[in-house]
Design a protein around this ligand. Sequence first.
Ligand code: NDP
Length: 309
Amino acid sequence: MTTVVLLAADTTLLAQLQAAFARQAPELRVVLADDPAALHAQVAACWHPPAHSLERLPALQLVHSVAAGVDHLHSDSSRPDVPVCRVVDPDHRRGMTEYVRWAVLHFHRDFDRVTAQQRENRWQRHPQRPAGQFKVGVMGLGSLGAAIADDLANASYAVRGWARSARQLPGVGCHHGDDQFDGFLDGLDMLINLLPLTDATRGILCSRTFAALAPGAAIVNGGRGQHLRIDDLEQALVSGQLRGAVLDVFEHEPLSADDRLWQMPGVIVTPHMASAASHDCIARQVAENARRLLSGEPLNNLVDPTLGY
Ligand code: NDP
């Protein structure tokens, strides 16, 4: 029998996943880490697995992230050298596309300015800029970033994209690699981050990046908190180089109640809500990869260990 062990510190998530596996994959034995049957688990389905939890699984053959990102697996440095897979869910794309579309409209149509004016009882109209003159750049053109770039291009924005390797997307000016990063950033009105967190991308939202954007640009961080240098953000907001930032992800989540980001002028904090895979989808994808693993078929959504995403 195939055994899947669920590893996460969040007990609510564990209960939700157990229920989803019972609905979607009743053929699997799904257990928690304290169950003796965990010793037989071939698959570990994880969200921030507790330290040393993976090394205690002698039968482990596959580590499966229950999210799109895999950086949280680093919370257990004892991870054995087995394949790692992630979840790629169409609902993720839909949720992230809606979130980014809202953020782009927020700045493009000056909702940030008029909501601030309302607090001062001030009536002031701002010149309306056609979408085609509003330059939006999307960092990361993978499952999420490509869908967003496509959505924004369909809404007539002037869209650029940046990835590691060369990409072609209709209506999107695609750039790739470190050499083309400055050309990608040059004069953007908005920068959207949908990169995975790796050694190459950590801290990419920094002063140097902000300085290349149009004065008064805005950013959205939908990737990971560690992509953003917070001191640099604060400085750019104070100087006016940035007019605003929509932040969905943070180095430490939940964001502590006394964190300075909550009250930083120009910052909108959202609680890592841009998009989430459904528990049923997670259960189906883990079950499918468990089946593939044991029948020797290629795994879906396999992470490249050399690239880290
Ligand atoms: P993918 O792996 O499908 O895509 C990653 C993209 O980033 C690819 O286009 C890749 O380039 C590019 N990339 C990676 N490294 C570099 C680099 N060094 N330089 C330039 N481009 C690079 O990831 P997803 O689209 O599925 O997800 C992206 C991230 O979004 C996740 O890792 C996660 O952190 C975050 N996320 C956030 C959520 C939220 O609710 N806020 C929800 C889900 C995910 P190439 O195409 O050449 O490989």
